[in-house]
Design a protein around this ligand. Structure first.
Ligand code: TRH
Length: 377
């Protein structure tokens, strides 16, 4: 029988990188900061390898950074369930694994992050499935939710980044720049060409860094190029754009900390942009019935609640434009004009959110409570 210190995490890669991005960070943090033994079941090693380059896609099982990574497919055998099982993002545990679970197994479904008010009421609810109990754990921004994924040393590491900037840029084959620095990671349906056009027409020079990915064709179109490659540098008026490699997660965190404005998307890069403490523009994952817009506004209302009116209006304006068909020059220019105020406000908010207990710690406390209550019965 495995000890309480052994947890299994199941990760199904729906699309893109958010599911594995969150699960990989969580697995490492649970091991490094809570001394847990983690088995991470992943259904697609090829996608995972982009974030965890050490993965050998030919192996069914391997250990990387002390995390046991196991390929999860239809024939995967499960000798017994771990005492604590994380089913990430309702990925549906395999029936053969469910069959090995006991009524005492702590089964936690880790949900997607949202700032919507209903999350407080739904966090930590449970439902019965036969003799088993499935607990619903919602990440979130308030004390009544499951919190945000944040390593304990995160803010300290980020605050040390400015001193390392020259090394960071050198590592990317670039020289440090005094100009305004913007990182751009978004879905291809964003109004990319109008944003780049607004940047090009800015009153100040801008360096934009684009990790290689699905938006390169749109960026190429804007510059009138047939295609783009890693290492390309393109100029138009006040805009200099660098195509950089898709970075390691740590490298991406550093990029966020080195830039003045970060365009982020989905779930994990959104959280990392918060910890970078810099102004950012978030593009939520597209959902039906405008659900993503509701999520965006719930976040903006919560995050900018105490922000002075002028920078707040600029942040709303650029976020709304970024979810529409077009970024008008005025939305970009207004945002730049309020950048100093936005920077101070983001630093305050980052520090305030970092006072809350982080998600991994809350998961550990939550599971211990369940174990205690079942052993007392
Ligand atoms: O890739 P995403 O869009 O991920 C997700 C998935 O689409 C998921 O199915 C969906 O439900 C969810 O969004 C809401 O965006 P996200 O979450 O930001 O994940 C990107 C990951 O990639 C994150 O861990 C950061 C990492 N990354 C790097 O490691 N290097 C890079 O250069 C970049 C740009 C990102």
């Amino acid at each position: 029988m495995a000890s309480d210190k052994h947890w299994d995490i199941f990760c199904k890669i729906v699309d893109n990188f958010g599911d594995i991005g969150v699960c990989w960070r969580l697995a490492k943090q649970l091991h490094n900061e809570h001394q847990l033994t983690i088995c991470l079941y992943i259904d697609d090693l090829y996608v995972a390898k982009q974030l965890i380059p050490a993965i050998d896609t030919s192996l069914a099982q391997q250990t990387i950074q002390n995390i046991c990574i196991i390929v999860w497919h239809a024939d995967t055998q499960f000798p017994h369930a771990a005492p604590v099982v994380i089913e990430s993002f309702a990925c549906e545990l395999p029936p053969t694994y469910l069959a090995t679970m006991q009524p005492s197994t702590v089964w936690i479904n880790l949900e997607y992050l949202s700032a919507e008010g209903w999350v407080d009421d739904f966090h930590a609810n449970s439902s019965k499935r036969g003799a088993l109990t499935r607990h619903f754990f919602f990440p979130g921004f308030t004390h009544n939710t499951g919190g945000l994924l944040r390593e304990h040393a995160m803010l300290q590491q980020q605050s040390q980044v400015p001193a390392q900037q020259p090394d960071h840029w050198k590592g990317l084959g670039l020289t440090p720049s005094q100009h305004l620095k913007v990182s751009l990671f978004c879905y291809p349906h964003a109004p990319i060409s109008t944003l780049l056009s607004a940047m090009a027409q800015s009153t100040q020079p801008i360096n934009c860094y684009v990790p290689a990915g699905s938006i390169l064709p749109s960026v190429a179109d804007f510059f009138g190029k047939p295609s783009l490659h890693i290492g390309d540098t393109l100029n138009q008026q006040n805009l200099t754009l660098h195509v950089i490699p898709f970075l390691s997660q740590d490298g991406y965190d550093q990029l966020l900390a080195c830039c003045d404005i970060n365009f982020v998307r989905g779930e994990d890069s959104w959280i990392r942009a918060i910890w970078a403490g810099k102004p950012f523009i978030w593009q939520p994952y597209l959902q039906t019935e405008q659900t993503h817009i509701k999520k965006l506004h719930a976040f903006l209302d919560l995050f900018y609640a105490q922000c002075p009116p002028a920078p707040k209006a600029a942040a709303y304006q650029l976020h709304n434009a970024w979810q529409s068909e077009q970024v008008p020059n005025t939305a970009w220019d207004d945002y730049l004009n309020k950048l100093t105020a936005l920077k101070s406000y983001h630093t305050l908010q980052t520090n305030a959110l970092a006072q809350q207990t982080d998600l991994a710690t809350k998961l550990v406390i939550f599971s211990e409570k369940i174990i205690k209550s079942t052993t007392e019965k």
